[in-house]
Design a protein around this ligand. Sequence first.
Ligand SMILES: *Cc1c(COP(=O)(O)O)cnc(C)c1O
Length: 390
Amino acid sequence: MTAALMNTYQPLALSFTKGLGTRLWDQAGREYLDAVAGVAVTNVGHSHPRIVSAISEQAGLLLHTSNLYSIDWQQQLAKRLTVLSGMERAFFNNSGAEANETALKLARLYGWRKGIEQPLVVVMANAFHGRTLGTLSASDGPAVRLGFNELPGDFVKVPFGDLAALEQIQRKHGARIVAILVEPIQGEGGVQVAPPGYLKALRDLCNRHSWLLMLDEIQTGIGRTGQWFAFQHEGIVPDVMTLAKGLGNGVPIGACLARGRAADLFTPGSHGSTFGGNPLACRVGCTVLDIIEEQGLLENARVQGARLLERLRAELADNPNVLAIRGQGLMIGIELKQPVRDLTLIAARDHGLLINVTRGKTIRLLPPLTIDEREVGMIVRGVGRALAAH
Ligand SMILES: *Cc1c(COP(=O)(O)O)cnc(C)c1O
């Protein structure tokens, strides 16, 4: 069936035809609880009626004019996001990798304005920022990089959460460094949570050396961790932030936001996008923000997230294969000592539960922000049983 597709994924023999809220239905009509939300995308649930009507109404009005004309929904979404985040300006893309490319171009321009000829961006071990050549260079992990050399080498890598290593890099490369690019919680890297105060310390370090603090909130943003953006847990504001995934709830959109010395680096001609910022995607983005506000989903992510973490810890306390359970809000990882073969298939087939496994042995749970207490119970039982059987 996939013979005409390039060999990039190994999809399960499961295909869905319909979704509503936290549930999906397969071709045989069987119901599943979606505890990954398309990898942190469908944050307000599948086929939300407000999103369905926003898409249908906008499709009947206007899909595309290009950025050669001003686009009202784009300006509205930029305004909403800057108010929520404390940033000043936005540029819209179609994906996360593109939003990060926008951020990396800002870092280059920032260095160029300062007269730094070979600018370096500090990135983290175990990071994931996307699949374009630029974002791949900023990412870690042999599997995603294998065969793609020579990758642009203008990055230096330090261990995530390690401040001493950063001071060392500063002493070695200080004059060339222009920015730090970091995920507040590493998602693809196995839901790695930095020690408390880490982002605050990065903020201080960037202030001291006039570096840009660039946060990749593509997975952590739009309510996932119980705040609009994960940096808000630490009371700081970055210079650059990227978004995608949950912003469009399944409609492709990415955004790069900037403030202060990073806000005005682009000038007409220095960046652009054919589809980026189109009326459909931006209207859906505005609708997602409305839904999160009106349904109190930040609060729900905090409450249900804390409940899910606590109940998983209780349920799995005696499981000898569980090494650690960690996370924030509704972004939770269960790290196993030994990988379990076909775990996602077992959870789906035997327990009607969709989960994800990242870096081989960390179960990643990213349910819609709308889940209720009963569904928390279903996730805990499903994960517990899928693991107990092996
Ligand atoms: C998913 C993800 C990306 C890449 O987004 P795409 O839309 O797949 O290009 C980048 N950074 C993080 C943290 C992500 O989770």
